[in-house]
Design a protein around this ligand. Structure first.
Ligand code: PLP
Length: 398
């Protein structure tokens, strides 16, 4: 089958919701992927911050093989060892006491929203159900998480949205203080806004939110779907802040590309999800949790969060160097290996030029380039990516 026909079929037989690059990827290894013409690319998208260990990491591949040949699915009517072991490992390495497994980021946030409502209603007041979220945020595409997402462009056409959500500007503690009232069940934010443009809040933001939530009796929910699993240079981004959330949601990198989501919380909050109150058919199958276990164990053993911090500093310095030479770059920001380059012009043409030169990168909003390579990337590979990006910027300026 030739690539042209494949692309035609794809455009004809899918709902046209995705804007895709005109290449067909067929294989990956580490930080590299290959298209159907045999062309090699450096993958600084990491499958949108998913393949933290790189493509086809041998330990992940081995876990997939073994789990596929042992037991794939049982339903949650029974106990399975990988699910219990992954839940225990997640709790041992976070603030959490309890985990709920699901299949995606949006579902993890749904679980967090449902937990917050049920907990607030049962422990605080029967009319306490409101969630305060941030403008410019991204929390998913289901109706409730779309409502939580503070960006109209994602919501338009899907109204009426779900009641019970309020939005305030990000990185503005005073706005949260004014919005919190006797109806507030929880505050939901990303520790760094990913899709919204790699926006890093001030150091006092999360501690301030923690304090405001404590004073009001509201839960603090952190969406670590993009920032978790070492991406920002710590295992969880909240670990930079000195405070802990009540609820954290994970997905993207948790099983290095096999679909999984998780909501982590502490006692006694988690006990609000009593038997029968929430569920997922596929949630935490022995297959996906065996892969998640291999991914998390490998990430910890290979100290990839520390590596993300170190290599991220190198990549940031390189981007700062590009900024000094290319006035079109307005700002370089981010943490670890979640980096944003704000431009004075639309970012899409630069993404295209980079791809044509063998480098895959992301955007985050219209004018921000986003880099989220696998955490196994090394400095020399970053330098190659920087050279391609620099040449693309120079060509655009000419
Ligand atoms: C990707 C993402 C989501 C949504 O995850 P899906 O698996 O696509 O549902 C939610 N929140 C954040 C911060 C994300 O980056």
């Amino acid at each position: 089958m030739d690539t042209k026909t494949l692309i035609e079929w794809s455009n004809r037989f899918h709902v046209p919701t995705y804007t895709r690059a005109p290449i067909c990827l067929v294989r990956g290894e580490g930080v590299r992927v290959w298209d159907s013409d045999g062309r090699e690319y450096l993958d600084f998208t990491g499958g949108i911050a998913v393949v933290a260990l790189g493509h086809c990491h041998p330990r992940v591949t081995e876990a997939i093989r073994e789990a596929a040949a042992t037991l794939i699915h049982t339903s949650n009517l029974f106990y399975t060892a990988p699910q219990a072991r992954l839940a225990k490992l997640l709790c041992e390495h976070s603030f959490g006491d309890r985990v709920f497994f699901c299949n995606s980021g949006a579902e993890a946030n749904e679980a967090a929203i449902k937990l917050a409502r049920k907990y607030a209603r049962e422990h605080l007041a029967s009319d306490r159900y409101e969630i305060i979220a941030a403008r410019n945020s991204f929390h998913g595409r289901t109706l409730a998480t779309l409502t939580a997402t503070g960006q109209e462009k994602y919501q338009r056409g899907f109204e009426p949205l779900v009641p019970g959500f309020k939005h305030v500007p990000y990185n503005d503690l005073r706005a949260v203080e004014l919005a919190l009232d006797s109806r507030t069940a929880a505050v939901l934010v990303e520790p760094i806004q990913g899709e919204g443009g790699v926006i890093v809040p001030d150091d006092d933001y999360l501690p301030g939110l923690r304090k405001l939530c404590d004073e009001a009796g509201a839960l603090l929910i952190l969406d670590e779907i993009q920032t978790g699993m070492g991406r920002t240079g710590k295992l969880w981004a909240y670990q930079h802040s000195g405070v802990e959330p009540d609820v954290m949601t994970l997905a993207k990198a948790l099983a290095n590309g096999i679909p999984i989501g998780a909501m982590i919380t502490r006692d006694p909050i988690g006990q609000a999800l009593t038997p029968g109150s929430h569920a997922s058919t596929f949630g935490g199958t022995p297959f996906v949790t065996a892969v998640g276990l291999a991914a998390l164990e490998t990430l910890l053993e290979e100290k990839l969060p520390e590596r993300a911090a170190r290599v991220g500093r190198h990549l940031t310095a390189g981007l700062q160097g590009l900024k000094a030479r290319h006035p079109v770059i307005r700002d370089v920001r981010g943490k670890g290996l979640l980096l944003g380059v704000e431009m004075a012009r639309p970012a899409a043409p630069v993404v295209t030029a980079c791809r044509e030169a063998g480098l895959l990168i992301l955007t985050a909003g219209d004018t921000v380039l986003r880099l989220a390579p696998p955490l196994i990337v090394d400095e020399a590979t970053c330098d190659r990516a920087l050279a391609i990006l620099g040449a693309a910027l120079a060509a655009q300026a000419a």
